[in-house]
Design a protein around this ligand. Structure first.
Ligand code: COA
Length: 190
């Protein structure tokens, strides 16, 4: 399965070689990466794209490259991936997002995430997707809430690879079950 997902303003597709330097710039930007443990040097950004490609090969879906329909410009990534580290809620499929700063505040992340959730439930027939982020990453949490995801407070966790007490360690867990999801009911302005 190699699906392209289209929304009114966006195309979610697999990665092309020319996306890599643009994604490396995003991953090297301290503002965009403020809730990640570190910015990524270009070679680590390229490794991440390779991981995304491998996920597509193995599962037929993954973290998509997001492109503007109007301009064709690469904007970042939104998609689905298996949770591949040790946490009590794994195995699970995560919905995740990272867009270039110039595309924040325009509803693009929510538009892409909503299309990805439609795909997860209608095409992949997943029973549930999860999302997680650092407890004070309010922009990301806002996207989760606009998707209709519910905070599973008991599932909040310390990110396993970070030392205890690390300021970015505490993560919130959100869940969305297929039976509770209605794309039509997703709030535009939550
Ligand atoms: C998390 C992230 C994707 C959120 O992006 P975002 O642009 O804030 O999210 P949305 O797409 O939901 O946009 C919401 C904003 O667009 C505004 N907006 C403008 N035009 C809009 C439209 N046509 N439709 C909907 N919303 C619109 C909304 O009012 C809202 O503004 P607000 O944030 O001031 O309330 C972005 O901050 C990011 O890439 N962060 C870095 C990576 C990251 O932290 N990822 C998560 C870690 S796991």
């Amino acid at each position: 399965m190699t699906t392209v997902i289209e929304t009114p303003r966006l195309i979610l597709r697999q990665w092309r070689a020319e996306d890599a330097p643009l994604f490396a710039r995003i991953n090297g930007d301290p503002l965009i990466m403020q809730y990640m443990p570190r910015v990524l040097p270009p070679k680590d950004s390229d490794k991440l794209v390779k991981r995304f490609d491998d996920h597509f090969s193995k599962h037929g879906y993954g973290m998509y490259a997001v492109e503007s329909r109007e301009s064709g410009v690469f904007m970042g990534t939104v998609g689905l991936q298996h949770v591949d580290f040790k946490v009590p809620f794994a195995p699970a499929v995560e919905v995740a997002w990272r867009l270039d700063y110039e595309f924040w505040g325009q509803g693009y992340a929510t538009e892409a995430a909503r299309a990805v959730a439609d795909f997860a439930f209608n095409d992949l027939k997943l029973k549930e997707i999860v999302a997680f982020t650092v407890h004070d990453n309010t922009r990301s949490i806002h996207v989760m809430e606009k998707l209709g995801m519910a905070h599973d407070e008991k599932g909040d966790f310390d990110y396993p690879s970070l030392p205890k007490g690390h300021p970015l360690g505490r993560h919130v867990l959100y869940r969305l079950k297929a039976k509770d999801y209605s794309s039509a009911a997703v709030s535009q302005d939550a």
